[in-house]
Design a protein around this ligand. Structure first.
Ligand SMILES: [Mg+2]
Length: 222
């Protein structure tokens, strides 16, 4: 199972996850995607703001119905961290264990399961935990840390990696791959950030768009 985390919100976790799912399917692998909880804003007339939900984007990439990707009762109609949205809407609180217990993988078997968290690695996912706690509870085979490529990203990536790696219980070392998303090889800051992280931190780094097959190779262990 692959856990997709981000250095923050709006870094492109869902886009990266969808690209990966499409690539894996193209290789003939059976995939499934899960978004344990999602949130989005609703307009005055009950219409959803901000385009497709994460469950819709992931489902269209994995070939599943959005309700399979994220249970309707875990779709919060308020663009806030899911447990905060639940509270703001007067809905019941929930725990990381609730979310993990609700993950319902296809009975006929899959080759790769992908779980997308909400927001950044320290963002609340449930009443009692953040994405690091989700990582600990799920014990994924690989964590994908999606990040921006531009100014400020070295700080965000290092803080996120520290949080992920130092989460008690993960010392055993779940491998993490950093995805520098929206990477432009002609952009000097992007190039220099990539080189700096590579040389000084030794992180495993993939740049997107462009390196989709390298990311799929990491996931399939090739
Ligand atoms: Mg997303």
């Amino acid at each position: 199972m692959v856990l997709v985390c981000g250095t923050g919100t709006e870094v492109g976790k869902t886009w990266v996850a969808a690209r990966l799912l499409a690539d894996l399917r193209q290789r003939g692998l059976r995939v499934a995607a899960r978004k344990p909880a999602q949130s989005f804003d609703i307009g005055q007339h009950g219409d959803r703001l901000g385009g497709a939900t994460d469950a819709e984007v992931l489902g269209s990439a994995s070939g599943e119905h959005p309700d399979q990707v994220c249970h309707p009762s875990r779709s919060y109609r308020r663009a806030m961290a899911p447990p905060i949205a639940a509270d703001a809407l007067g809905l019941a609180s929930f725990t990381v264990a609730d979310l993990v217990g609700e993950l319902n993988w296809p009975a006929d078997g899959i080759d790769v399961g992908l779980v997308e968290t909400a927001g950044g690695v320290r963002s609340p996912q449930a009443d009692d935990g953040d994405a690091c706690d989700m990582a600990l509870a799920l014990a994924p085979d690989l964590i994908i840390l999606v990040s921006d490529a531009g100014l400020g990203t070295i700080n965000s990536i290092r803080l996120s990696m520290d949080a992920l790696i130092r989460t008690p219980g993960t010392e055993a070392g779940v491998p993490v791959v950093v995805v520098l998303n929206r990477y432009d090889g002609n952009h000097e800051i992007h190039r220099r950030n990539h080189a700096w992280l590579d040389r000084r931190d030794g992180y495993r780094i993939v740049t997107l768009p462009g390196d989709e097959s390298a990311l799929a190779d990491l996931v399939t262990g090739r």
